[in-house]
Structure formats: C-alpha cells, structure tokens
Write a new protein. Sequence first.
Length: 344
Amino acid sequence: MVLPENSKKSTMKEVAEFARVSISTVSHVINKTRHVDKETHDRVLEAIEKLNYAPNIFARGLRGKKIRVIGVIISDIRESFFAEVVKAIELTANSEGYSVILCDSEDDPLKEQLHINTLIQNGVEGLIFAPVNNSTRVYDSVIPHKIKAIQIDRKVYGLPADFVGINNMEISKKAMNHMFAHGFMNVGFVSYQTNVYTMEQRLSGYKMAAQLHNSSKKINVKFIQYNGSNNKEIIKSWLYQNKEIDSILCGNDNICYQVLRAIKELQYEVPKDMGILSFDDSKWFKLATPPITAIRQPTNQIGKLATELLIAEIENKIKNYSQKENHILNAELIIRKSCRERAE
C-alpha cells in the first residue's frame, strides 16, 4: 500500500480502539503469538489497513524472534569506494545474524540528519556512517539514544565513536613524491570543499609535499562542487589559466572523471602533456588510455572491520567502550602509465 504524503502514523492503541479489541489482541494478531478467532483477526487487519498502521518490525521482531539491524549512512552510493565498503559491511553483518538498512546522504547535512532520526526511530542497534562534514552538531542526536556508532572514511573530531579508514595525508604525500620522481614539477590538486575530513587530509598532504619539494612554487588547488553540473568547464578554465600545471592529483574517482573530460577537450595527451594520479582505484581506470595510476583503498577491510567493531560494541564484547580509537589501514599506490617519466 502506498501512503499519502500527509498520512499520520497511527499507534497500536488507535488500531485497538478502531477494531474494538484490546491492545494485546492487536499484538497477538501482528506477532502471531496466540490464536485469535477469524472474525476478530479480520477486524484487526481491516483496522490496520484503514489507519495505515505500520508496526516497527525492528523493535518487536517477527513471531517473537528479534531482528537485529544496523544502519549504514554513506555520502554517495554511486562512488565505487562506498559500493565496495557497503558490500563488505553487508556480508559481515549477515554472517553475524544482522540485517542492514542503507541510506545515502548525498553529502547533504539535512538529509543525513533525516536518515539518522529515521534509523533511531526504527530501532537500529548500531550505526556505521561516513559523516557529511566536520561538525559534531548533527550527530548529537545519536549520543542521547546511546546508539553505538562507527565512523568510516571520514572523521568528526571530538565525536565519541571509533574511526576506520586510511591515513589520507601520508598517502597523498607518497602520491606526490611519485609524481615528482617521474619528472612532474607543478602538480595541481582538484578536490571538493574541505569541510569533509578526507579532502581536508588529502589537501594537507598535497601541500606539505609540494612545499617540501619546491617552496618557491605556488600551490595550485581547484575546488569543485559535489554534483556540480559545470565541473568539467571549471576545470578546463582553471587549467587554461594555469598553463604551468603539468600534472594533477585527483581527490577521488568522480573528480578524476571530470578532469579527464576537461583534458580531452583541451587536447592534452596523458602523460606527455599532463600526468594523472587519482584516489580510488575504479575498475575503469585499467581501461583508460593510458591506464590511470591510483591510490587503492582497502575497501573490504574497512567494511569488515567497521562491522566487526560495531557488533562487538553492541554485544558488549568491548570492555572500554568509552576509549575511542582510530583504526588506520594501509592504502596502496597502484602504478600504471598515467604518471610515467615525461622523457619516455
């Protein structure tokens, strides 16, 4: 049944009053925990339908068996990184008897807050999430409900929740040093805004490596909007105005896609005219011409470890829950042909 947008959520008490039965009778019909005569049973079902009553199956379980559910909130289901992490979360959760509800915030704080509230109202036992920004305000609703939570990929400073991810700053510096070692001198960085932890750390690593390599060179950074419709044109204009840029470090695979579109229209040849290195090793990177050198994150490990930690906290297997930890996993630089020596 499709409910009208303005439908008011009914209660079990209202269903009981409408059907002229007790609340316990309604509960028995829903949970099938006791025989109810057919006439009364049908009357309760009719009341449920007419009142648009939707019982919280996560809070009550089915047929007396508790359903264990964890919520997952990511910033963009289209990103290969999050798709792979979510797959690992679901496989690990299912193996431990938990189901998963997946929500996509689309990097929108208001949508993220709505998802958090909905998951709490539906009785999830824990939450795995990639925070939209660095502010703790939006996550204050989790703490009063004592919902166990794990942060993945992104981190909010001061939030009492474990973090599972990589050292973005260090791998950025390693990527930059790789480009310098292969003859590129003026590396640009394309990123989303740095209110997101990952981009903040990647930008810091880029700046540190660039300044250490040659402090006289200016830092070339271009911020683009998440889901911006004209990102390709913005990147083209930036490159046209900064012709000294000979290579680009891309903040993620979606950014890399827009960079490659801009480079193609400018008729730059990779790596002869422009070196390319990107975070996130998408499958299509191998098929590009030339194949893209990338930073591969341990997506399976991130999803698996985050889920194991969360379930351990839910089941009180962790003694010092108040002592939050950063679980830093190793990222890998995958060398292909988009950053070969310019002399080759």
